[in-house]
Design a protein around this ligand. Structure first.
Ligand code: CU
Length: 230
């Protein structure tokens, strides 16, 4: 019985983590897992990243993907999650434009190239727990690709930051994926501010090292640069 109990406990722990293997654009999901989304190192383990300065914070990838998804500017996107996104914390989305002479299927996303176009603030639920939009769903929350984003190939990055242990340093958990996309029908906006990953996050950022019991929802500060909304 002891053995069974610990097996069940181990299973429950694994259930608490997740990956985002499938991008959905205007309601249409990529054909199969990891076809435009780069397979992540935790595809099996589902473990999050705890060190926000680690190289894995960029895309956490084990390999590039084979294809590139066409995404119209103004499209609504989200990701399918392998498990319930059950931890409190924000979902954020970033884009990085593939430089001249490179392609989305091979580029590594290095440099001051990433801008954030979506983040979220918490509310308090009926149990007086801080909660974020989309918590406990099997998908990430929706975001809109800003209409004025210039055409071209990009890496699209989703992250969910799990904050249930975040009162200790390096115990927030980052769950993320990057997809290879091509934006069409866009505009002449100038996205920014542009940041590097790793680089944009520090262990003691107030949105990463945070005790959710001790703050009001409106006092939460999502980590990273300001949102560019086009
Ligand atoms: Cu978990």
């Amino acid at each position: 019985m002891q053995f069974l109990a610990s097996l069940l406990l181990a299973a429950a722990t694994v259930q608490a983590h997740y990956t985002f293997p499938k991008l959905v654009v205007d309601g249409k999901a990529e054909e199969k897992d990891w076809s435009v989304t780069r397979m992540t190192k935790n595809a099996q383990s589902k473990q999050g990243i705890e060190n926000p300065s680690s190289a894995d914070i960029r895309c956490y990838q084990s390999q590039n993907a084979g294809s590139v998804a066409t995404v119209p500017a103004g499209a609504t996107i989200h990701y399918i999650s392998t498990q319930q996104v059950n931890h409190p914390g924000p979902t954020q989305y970033y884009l990085a434009k593939v430089p001249e002479g490179k392609t989305a299927t091979t580029w590594d996303g290095s440099g001051n190239v990433w801008f954030k176009f979506h983040t979220e603030m918490p509310t308090v639920d009926k149990n007086k727990q801080m909660t974020w939009p989309g918590q406990n769903e099997y998908k990430t929350t929706n975001a809109t690709i800003p209409k004025s984003t210039p055409d071209g190939e990009y890496l699209l990055r989703v992250e969910h930051i799990a904050l249930h242990m975040a009162m200790q340093p390096n115990k927030a958990q980052f769950y993320l994926s990057c997809s290879q996309i091509k934006i069409t029908g866009g505009g002449s906006g100038t996205p920014g501010p542009l940041v590097a990953l790793p680089g944009a996050y520090k262990t003691n950022d107030p949105g990463i090292l945070v005790n959710l019991q001790n703050i009001q929802p409106s006092a939460y500060i999502p980590p990273g640069p300001a949102v560019w909304s086009g």
